[in-house]
Design a protein around this ligand. Sequence first.
Ligand code: CMC
Length: 428
Amino acid sequence: MSNDSSKLELAGKDYDLQVMRGTIGPDVVDIRKLYGQSGAFTFDPGFTSTASCESQLTYIDGGKGVLLHRGYSIEELSEHSSFMEVSYLLLNGELPSADELADFSYTISRHTMLHDQLRGFYQGFRRDAHPMAIMCGVVGALSAFYHDSTDISDPEHRKISSHRLIAKMPTIAAMAYKYSIGQPFLYPDNSLSYTGNFLRMTYGVPAEEYVVNPVVERALDRIFILHADHEQNASTSTVRLAGSSGANPFACIAAGIACLWGPAHGGANEAALNMLREIGTPDKIPHYIERAKDKNDPFRLMGFGHRVYKNYDPRASVMQKTVREVLDELNLDDPVFEVALQLEEMALNDDYFKEKKLFPNVDFYSGIILSAVGFPTEMFTALFALARTVGWVAQWNEMISDPGQKIGRPRQLYTGPTARPYVPVEKR
Ligand code: CMC
């Protein structure tokens, strides 16, 4: 990283600010000393122009529609790699050798079971609880069960808790699903792949043998790869902020899950499929496009638009291809897919969407695949959380290992009342 400097003039005074240069991407003006020198804060709600950290994990060029993990393109990773391999890459910085991958996959498979007392937690939830409510609760509760890996200053503890989180998420998510439909929980089967095991725990029953469909397994594994990490998005920033106070990793990931739940973030996949179903037939599309453009209507095209991508989200193209593979394999002809294709085409040719650079994002097509595989819409965000866990723990590890790491503490522009005397209640 090389440095330059730039000048800022503020109230007639000049300040020298360092410009930091990464290996790729926009330069960053270092304002850390600005408040100390000038007494002024910067104002950036929503962090649209603020780099909150230095990172070597993921790079996005939103203008060009590029997504790289440790330098490898998402297109190549989703075509040739596996979720376990991408997890190793995110955690360790390099693609694993065959032995390293086998060793990593074995280690993860050895942490797939939950402490048996955790099973009791599920009974405390209503049968119709949203899986994300269960995920927040159960993942946070892991802190109460794995005291032997919560010393965040110990790299070995950090490694074990990272492995535990990655390994246990499929078990936790599958149990949330089983609980909602009243079927018995299935223990993990470590002879299966990470994704095959998740499919079995979700769709298998103790009374019958479950055979994993390799096309579905590959498609879901690819969905996991596409969701593995995405730079400093809202939930990742939440994990980093929670972790900056020294909170244990299970609590931090529970915070990330809570943030991911929102419909503007991870909840958009659920909202996108609900929207496509509501549209129902291609003839209704123009009506919904008009609604999305109407400033007086809160409706937005879900699965469209992105804070960073001002071009086609590269994950959405892979997703669209995968929808076809899955529908063909399962011999399904989902009319919602036709609605999605036509909606995309119409929106991309509409001036409003062109001017605002609104393109389909990862969530636009993922719901169609997940629904074809049999997941109810409420499970979609839980699957996103499952896959994003590796990104969260990799980012959390990167932050803890950074010697310059500080507790996150944004400031504000105060616009409330100035100091005034207290008025006793009888005088108000
Ligand atoms: N439909 C209609 N108009 C939109 C949409 C949309 N989906 N997205 C943005 N706009 C308009 C918005 O009304 C605004 O117009 P104006 O400038 O006239 O006020 C302009 O585009 C910029 O929108 P913004 O909300 O200021 O942009 P943002 O960067 O803060 O928000 C977003 C990004 C993803 C929250 C937003 O595009 C959105 O709400 N999309 C729908 C939800 C969605 O699909 N979310 C998934 C994001 S990808 C997965 C993930 O990261 O979790």
